[in-house]
Design a protein around this ligand. Structure first.
Ligand code: SAH
Length: 357
């Protein structure tokens, strides 16, 4: 059965005809405002007749059952663990900053991309999320932000899963977030490991969302090890596809780079990375994230001095870079740590030669 935020306006109208007979158009408007403005349960939509409220409660079930909520950084980072129909679990993170509040959403339960340093990748793939399951994460986080008088301003598809392996449903939720929740597409970022058909499909979509690419290595030999999908979609094709994306969407692309001690933090890595950035116009911006610890990966994040030096080198070689300080590491809410409580195999390493020599 479709869940509360799966249905578009027309689908909702058809559902109403089926379960409540013909309903005047202003009722649909009231329901829509209950869903996307009040964000409350049908029982609270008192402008509707009681019978209709009861029918809606029955036919518009929520998709996410709360399991736990963990709080860190003095209350400014909140991680939600949800259970889905069928029993799989996913996580959502709300990050409240001085000038904005960002929701990091999951697009799949688990992930099939198998990046060895990422906890979600270590746990493997369970299933795609529906439009409603993705959208409801944003709704729930928005309600939580409102409880501390804050408004959600940014959405990042950087939670569990590979959004571009589930492009159509991710796009369905982007449209909801943009049209029904009123967030500008410029405040929505989709992060991908580099699933090229997904990036191409995204180029053909009408809204100018931001694209982030999880690069982590600037030559195929190393990237094949760190990001296994690279064997299918190698760096050269990835950069060409990014260039095509830029032709239709003139938004700067960012490259994510998790800094792994002795693996991808050498001077030569900075030089190669800067050269890739410069192939795009406007040049790609690099986000440096010191690697967060995960149970299944032996290598550590680069020391802080190395991260700073790498950033300076990138600038010297003509690329812009920002160091992203992590949030929520103590509650496993930081980049690459979302595993939804799933056991990950300790000590697995799909890659060879990744430990520091
Ligand atoms: N699958 C998509 C969306 C996930 S975004 C993607 O890969 O882009 C999560 C980001 O955190 C990605 O850039 C990912 O490579 C990065 N990441 C994964 N594990 C990490 C870790 N242990 N430390 C820091 N960043 C990590």
């Amino acid at each position: 059965m479709a869940t509360r935020y799966d249905l578009g306006r027309e689908e909702l109208t058809s559902l109403l005809v089926e379960v409540a007979g013909k309903v005047p158009r202003y009722r649909v408007d009231q329901i829509w405002s209950g869903l996307y403005e009040q964000m409350t349960d049908p029982a609270e939509w008192t402008s509707l007749p009681l019978g209709l409220r009861e029918t809606l409660t029955e036919h518009l079930p929520m998709a996410l059952t709360p399991v736990t909520e963990s709080v860190s950084d003095d209350g400014s980072t909140i991680k939600f663990l949800w259970e889905l129909d069928g029993g799989s679990r996913i996580e959502t993170v709300l990050m409240i900053y001085r000038d904005r509040a960002t929701v990091c959403v999951s697009s799949q339960a688990g992930c099939a991309m198998a990046c060895g340093f990422c906890a979600t990748g270590q746990a493997g793939f369970t299933r795609h999320l529906s439009v409603g399951e993705i959208t409801e994460q944003v709704i729930r986080a928005t309600v939580r932000a409102r409880s501390v008088d804050r408004r959600v301003s940014n959405i990042v598809f950087m939670g569990m899963g590979e959004p571009m392996a589930n492009e159509a449903r991710v796009w369905g939720s982007v449209e909801r977030i943009h049209t029904d929740l009123g967030l500008s597409a410029r405040h929505i970022t989709i992060s991908t490991v580099g699933v090229l058909p997904g990036i191409r499909a995204l180029s053909a979509r009408p809204l100018p969302v931001n694209l982030a690419v999880s690069l982590h290595a600037a030559n195929d030999e190393l990237r094949d090890e760190l990001v296994p999908i690279n064997t299918r979609y190698p760096i050269n094709d990835l950069i060409d596809t990014c260039a095509d994306y830029l032709k239709v969407r003139n938004r700067r692309i960012s490259f994510e780079w998790a800094m792994i001690d002795g693996v991808n933090d050498r001077d030569s890595d900075a030089r190669e990375l800067a050269a890739l950035c410069r192939r795009l116009t406007p040049a790609a911006h690099v986000n440096l994230i010191p690697l967060n610890p995960t149970p299944g990966y032996p290598t550590k994040g680069s020391p802080m001095a190395r991260v700073q030096r790498f950033r300076d080198l990138l600038e010297e070689f003509g690329a812009n870079a920002t160091v992203r300080w992590n949030r929520g590491t103590d509650i496993d809410a930081a980049c690459g740590q979302l595993a939804a409580g799933q056991p990950v195999t300790v000590g697995i390493s799909r890659s060879r030669g990744i430990s520091p020599q």
